[in-house]
Design a protein around this ligand. Structure first.
Ligand code: PGA
Length: 248
């Protein structure tokens, strides 16, 4: 039985005081749901969010982490640093990090392995560009991201990983994948996990859809069989919008 995960991805939005204001408003609206809700916030907001959501079922996630334990890596944050704050999730390999910060399948793989050695659940992002979709290369591309990112990860760790399918052309564009397109790729991802692992392992993995999810389209996306949640950017910045998605 997979418990859906609906996670907000705030990207580089919200100062600490703005995060506190969001948390107060969201907590007041939150009555508990059948899904797990979480907010993935900038590093500077994580401690106040963990504090604000303590005693609730609302999780907190980071948006990136380094793959070394510690060292001379100016500007980076380690798994241990996140663990001490009490973070539940960490996004890895978001397309914006792949595009602007040289994230590759190899670094995604190293980060996943480091997270899996501790307590934080990775949310691993995959997804094709518009060119790849139009040329028909979308399935091969997503398969290569899964094979590269998950290389050497043992089956017993796989169920801790959340896979987020985020077609690049649908992120921040207002152009959502149709429920059928999202379902088709999420089913393909599960089929690929069956090939890489087995049916029992693949059956436990949460597969999210992300890309212009908003209150108006959350229900039809969440109603798809192979979609177990959403990664929500823009619409997670407003407490009432995010609540409407979590409560789809
Ligand atoms: P969006 O972003 O919901 O604003 O399209 C999704 C994401 O990048 O995770």
């Amino acid at each position: 039985m997979r418990i859906p995960l609906i996670a907000g991805n705030w990207k580089m939005f919200k100062t600490k005081s703005e995060a506190i204001a969001f948390a107060e408003e969201f907590k007041a609206l939150y009555k508990g749901t059948d899904v797990q809700a979480a907010i993935c916030a900038p590093f500077t907001d994580l401690d106040v969010l963990v504090e604000a959501f303590r005693g609730t079922a609302i999780g907190v996630g980071a948006q990136n982490v380094h793959f070394e334990d510690e060292g001379a890596f100016t500007g980076e944050i380690s798994v241990k640093m996140l663990e001490e704050i009490g973070v539940d999730f960490c996004i890895v390999g978001h397309s914006e990090r792949r595009q602007y910060f040289a994230e590759t399948d190899e670094t995604v793989n190293l980060k996943l392995k480091k997270l899996l050695s501790g307590s934080i659940r990775p949310i691993m992002c995959v997804g094709e560009s518009l060119e790849q979709r139009d040329s028909g290369a979308l399935f091969d591309f997503v398969k290569s991201q899964l094979e590269g990112g998950l290389a050497g990860i043992a089956p017993e760790y796989m169920k801790k990983i959340v896979v987020a399918y985020e077609p690049i052309w649908a992120i921040g564009t207002g152009r959502t994948a149709s429920p059928e397109q999202a379902e088709e790729m999420c089913a393909f991802i599960r089929k690929t996990l069956i090939e890489m692992y087995d049916e029992a392992v693949a059956d436990e993995v949460i597969i999210q859809y992300g890309g212009s999810v908003k209150p108006a389209n959350a229900t039809e996306i969440m109603n798809q069989d192979e979609i177990d949640g959403a990664l929500v950017g823009g619409a997670s910045l407003k407490a009432s919008d995010f609540m409407n998605i979590v409560d789809f």
